[in-house]
Design a protein around this ligand. Sequence first.
Ligand code: OOG
Ligand code: MG
Length: 254
Amino acid sequence: MTSISEKAAILHRSARTQQPIAQFSTTEEYDLESAYQVQHELIKQRVDEGHEVVGVKMGFTSHAKMEQMGVSDMIIGQLTADMQLDANTPLNKSECCHPRAEPEIAFRLSKDIEGVLDAQEVLDYVDGVASAIEVIDSRYENFKFSLEDVVADNCSSCAFVVGPWCEVPLGLNGLDMIMSFDGAVEAEGSSDAILDNPFEALAAATRLAHQYGIDLKKGMIVLAGASTAASFIKQTTDVSLKVDGLGTAAFKAL
Ligand code: OOG
Ligand code: MG
C-alpha cells in the first residue's frame, strides 16, 4: 500500500519525466476521499514550485466522456498558472505523454463562492464565459484508470487555453462546438452535451469544491468539461475550437 504522499510523488515524477505509471487501483484499494488528498498534495507541490492555482476543471460532465473513459461520476481537478496556454505560449508536446484535446466552455468567477449553488444561483457569480480547449494527459499507462486513480492524478490536467471572454448570456443551450485540427474538423458537439446545460457543470463544481475542500475565488476559471470524446494531438500543430456566439479558442502544439 503506497501512502498519500508517495502516490503524489510518483504522479508528480511521472508528469515531469513523461513516463506513464501503472494504475494504483490494480494493486490496492483506496477511496475517493484519499484520492482527493493525493490531488491536494500534488497541487501543493506545484504551488511550492511557484505556480498558483488559477481555477478548476470539471470532468465527465458529458455521456461522450463517461463512455470513452468507462467511468460514471463527475470529478473536479485544479488548474495552475503554468498550465495556461495563449497566443505566445504553445503546448510543448515533448513535455507530455499522450496528450488529448477536448472542446470545452470556461466561466470566470466574479466573486468568491463559499457554499453550494444551483444552476440558477451561479449566474450571480460569473462575469465572463468563453470557448476553451483543455489538454488532458493521463499519467497512467494507456490512458486507463479508475475514478480514484484519475482524481489522484488531478483529473489528467495538463494544459488549457481560453478564448476571448464574452458577456454572460442567460442561457448556454444549443451552441455548436466545432474543434478543428490543422484546419480540418476533428470533433463536433453541442453545449447541450454538458449536463444538458453548462451552468449545471458550474453548479456541480460548487458542490464538489465544497465537498473536497477546494477554494473557488473571484477571478478563477472554471472549465465545464468536454462536450465530446477527447482526441489525441501527437500529430497535430494547430488546435482550435469555435463555439457559436462565444468565439474561438486556439493554441499551437509544437
Ligand atoms: C479525465 C478528465 C476528463 C473532461 O472534460 O471530461 C475531463 C480524462 O478523461 O482523462 O477533463
Ligand atoms: Mg476536460
